[in-house]
Structure formats: C-alpha cells, structure tokens
Ligand binder design. Sequence first.
Ligand code: SAM
Length: 309
Amino acid sequence: MHIPVMLNECLEALITDPKGIYVDGTLGNGGHSTAIFDRLEAGGLLIGFDRDLDAIERVKGTLKSEQGKRVELVHDNYANMADRLDRLGVDRIDGLLLDLGVSSFQLDIADRGFSFMQDAPIDMRMDQTQGQTAAELVNTASEQELADIIYRYGEDRASRRIARAIVDARAKMTIETTGQLAGIVERAKGGRKGRKTHPATQTFQALRMAVNDELAGIEQVLETMVGRMKPGGRMAVLTFHSLEDRLVKQFFGRHVPREESLQQGGVRRIYEAPPVEWIWKKPLVATAAEQAANPRSRSAKLRAVETGE
Ligand SMILES: C[S@@+](CC[C@H](N)C(=O)[O-])C[C@H]1O[C@@H](n2cnc3c(N)ncnc32)[C@H](O)[C@@H]1O
C-alpha cells in the first residue's frame, strides 16, 4: 500500500479553485490524484503524469472522468509536461503537485530492481519502455564515472572505494543482481559496522537518480511550468532527500522577489520572472503522528509557492 504523504497539507497548498486545472506530475498509485479529484467540481480537470506505464495502467482502472469533472492520464516524463499540455490544448493551470522519488509499489516489486531487500536484476528504470538499466550502467561506466555518480547523487564519501570495488568485481563476472551489488558495496565499506541503514543505501539511490536522470527532470519541469501557472496558481513539491530539496528551494528562491536599496533612494525588486511567493517560509514536515504511521513521510519536506502575475 502506498500511503500518500502529507495529503491534507498538499491539498490545502494546491487547490484554490475546485473548477480549475490541476496536474499531478507523479501519479504513482494515484493517492494524491484521487484526493485532488474528489475535491474538484464539475468543470474541473485533473491531469496525471507518470513515466511508469504500470502506474498509468493501475490508476486508469480507478480514476475516471465523472460528474462533469475530467481526468487525463499521460505516460511520459514530467520533464515533457509543457509539450504534453500543449497537445491536450491546455495553456495555463491552477496547480501542480510533484511527489518525488519512487513509489512503494515500485520498491516492492522485486524485478524492478530498486531495492536490495530482495535479490533481482538491477533495472531501476522508472520507465521500463526505454533507456539504460542500472545493470548496464554498473557494468559499462568507467571507474571515474561511477565514483562521480555515487559521490554526487549518493553523497557517499566512500565513492572512490565503492567504484573501485565495482570495477574489480565486474572484471571477474557481470554484476547482474541487486544482491551482488549490495554485497560488493557492503564489503567495500567494511561491512555494516552497526549502521542503522544498509551500507549500499546511498549507492542505490545514486544509481537510481543517474539512470532516471532525476535532478535534470525536476529542474526542467519547474523551469517550464513556472511560466504556465495562472496568476495565483500553486506549485507544491514533496522532496525526500537533501539534493532534491536544495534544488527546489534554490529554484523557487530565484523567483521570490527580494528588495535591493538603490543609491539614489528607493528600492527595486529583483527576481527571475515570473515572481512567486512562498506559501510557508520554511518547508512543512509530516506531523509526529504521520511519521509514526508512515515511515516514508519521515524524510519528506513540502515546499509550495503561489505564482504572481
Ligand atoms: C512517490 S511516487 C508518487 C505517489 C503518489 N503521489 C501517490 O500518492 O500514490 C512517485 C511516482 O512518480 C513517478 N515519477 C518519478 N519521476 C518521474 C518523472 N520524471 N516523470 C514522470 N513520473 C515520474 C514514479 O514512477 C512514481 O510512480
């Protein structure tokens, strides 16, 4: 079961007009989308994106146009959102939600290869219809490339040691499964040493982010969609680790006007157009009760902005 994270907070942040147009960029199991759709009234439109065809197929069965409200489901990377909205004849929207990362559904299906909890081929593609698998990456990237990926996206200081161990291991045999990879990383890091998380956690996160080119996708959807919001429209993003959160914070930060005093007197507002305002100055985190009920919510941060003219 995928429990939607900070559901009420997301709905409060997002919905300003129940007859408006809302886009959920990360449909997943449809948890947030279903709740958004429930709040819409006749004339409202919900557009759900997911690059995972399984997610689209699953949600198609339960979320359907009814009572004068419409649903459109799009199988694509949210990086292509603006083009896909053009094709649907949609210009500006009232709200955009992004709930980043993988769904528990993806994590739970062993053959998707996201998790080292079950031994399976290392795939890690969110869109299994295209692109390089994590196994291909692990077996073909240079030692330097692997070290860079693990350092940049996993922020693991043992990145060089891990990259070396991967290259040594693959000289003897192709690395095919999550279990093999987890074992190689664990040995390279000198075992578990009483760590709370598995020593391969960061390497797995890093490979997933590289295989799916995640940060570039986030940057692209924010960049193109900030200009497609109606005045007063809302953008809400749930992030689950510091790299994502920093990117979102810095992106919106550039659009929030700040005042600079002029030598000749007066002030001028500096910002990247269009201007936005934070809905809350600090990101929201899940309540203690939600964190106790849903471990995935523990690392969640919700940032939201309202767009200006
Ligand atoms: C955390 S889940 C979303 C869960 C959803 N909010 C719910 O309540 O069920 C993230 C989903 O976003 C999808 N996703 C991640 N990156 C994407 C991208 N660049 N484009 C489209 N979908 C993406 C994943 O395939 C996954 O299904």
